[in-house]
Design a protein. Structure first.
Length: 152
């Protein structure tokens, strides 16, 4: 189980365009690594749009946004196009990253149990250390939550 103060596990995967993405490529930048259940669902859309709306302020503060779900590249492309998302979405179709970060687990909706991605955000320092793990995210205010934390 990862904790604040741990080194963020590195990973290599593909973004929405099939380009290779490694967390270590972002060393020297603050990173918002946010995990979400599924493209184009109500809560995930609100969260992504919050980060989109605050993106210029995040960028001004040298904060990179990386979204991760187990959806494929094509799904990410549609999601980005539909909501004009300006940040990278990582296609973790083999569930390597969600398992490394401990966000893949049993979920329960309307009494039905199933496996899925839990909505967690990892705020990572320039040196690759996890500064904050956000397990309770206000999807409509996520950008403000992130900015507030990095301002402290």
């Amino acid at each position: 189980m990862l904790q604040e103060g741990d080194k963020a596990p590195d990973f290599t995967s593909k973004d929405q365009n099939g380009e290779k993405v490694k967390l270590s490529d972002y060393k020297g930048q603050k990173v918002v690594l946010y995990f979400y259940p599924k493209d184009d669902t109500p809560g995930c859309t609100k969260q992504a749009c919050s980060l989109r709306d605050g993106f210029s302020e995040l960028k001004k503060n040298n904060i990179t946004v990386l979204g991760v779900s187990v959806d494929d590249e094509k799904s990410h492309q549609k999601f980005i196009a539909k909501y004009d998302l300006p940040f990278t979405l990582i296609a973790d179709t083999d569930k390597d990253i969600v398992e490394k970060y401990g966000v893949w687990g049993e979920k329960n909706m309307y009494g039905r149990k199933y496996m899925g991605t839990n909505r967690h955000t990892y705020l990572i320092n320039e040196d690759g250390t996890i500064r904050k793990i956000m397990k309770k995210v206000k999807v409509g205010e996520h950008s403000d939550e992130v900015l507030k934390f990095f301002a402290e």
